[in-house]
Each structure stands twice: as C-alpha cells, then as structure tokens.
Design a protein. Sequence first.
Length: 159
Amino acid sequence: MSKKKSGLLAIVRIRSSIDQPQDIKHGLKLLNLTRPNHAVVVPNDSTHKGMLQKLKDTITWGEINKATLAELIKKRARIKGNKKLNAKFLKERKFESTSAFVTALLEGKADMRHIDDLKPMFRLHPPRKGFKSVKNPITRGGDLGYRGEEINALLEKMM
C-alpha cells in the first residue's frame, strides 16, 4: 500500500457477487459498486483501505491522477435522469468549471457522494483487449487487488 495519506483512490469492480459471502456483498454495496465494470472515487484514508483489503478478491484499486480523473468526469459522470454532467449543473453547485470541480475533489473540498443529484459511481466499458485474469491478483499476473498508478491505464482502457 502507498504511504501517501492525501489524494483519491479509484476503485473498479471486476468480479460479480455470485457465490460471494454476505459481508463481501455488503461491502460492495457500501461502496456503490453494484455491478462489474463500475468504478468509484473515494478518499485515500484508513477507513476505505480496510474495506479494500476485505474486498481485494473482487475489485482493483489505485491512486488516480488529475488528468485521468478529469477525463473520467467529462466522459462518464452522470446526473439524475442519466444525463451527462454539464456546466450548468456545476455552476448551480458553486463550481466554475469541470477543472475546478476536479481540483476540489483532489484537495478534499468536495466529495461526489455528497453532491445532490450526482451519481457517485461511473459505469465503464470492459477494458479494450480484455482483462488478463479476473481470478488472480496483480502479483500473480492477474487484475485483482492494489495496482497503484497503473489504475490510470486501466481506466483509460475502460472509458
């Protein structure tokens, strides 16, 4: 795990909850990861890290950078009614632009889960050229578990 306390973690669900224990299903529900290929962005804190360790056989995660977060929000962020996130919506919520919103997210001044009518998760495509293995962790050549900065490349392939 990274020793960095600040910043955001991007979490992508890879596996389904079929034949998973109830506590794993509950953890995924708490993170708003209701289906495979859904992603969320959460603060990089000890509470979330404990939950990630519990769910490591179902998800992958890492630190997201500003460029990837901006692209993810522009392409995949949705508001109520499954409409794309637009400038009018952001201005109503006191953000000047998408880049100001991204900066506020990275600095911890805003949280996607607490903005009314903004969906707290992103629906993504399966990655281009597919996953390596959805049953093995990163350390054994698979896709599950902590991947650090490599999460940005995965998100690029899934947008």
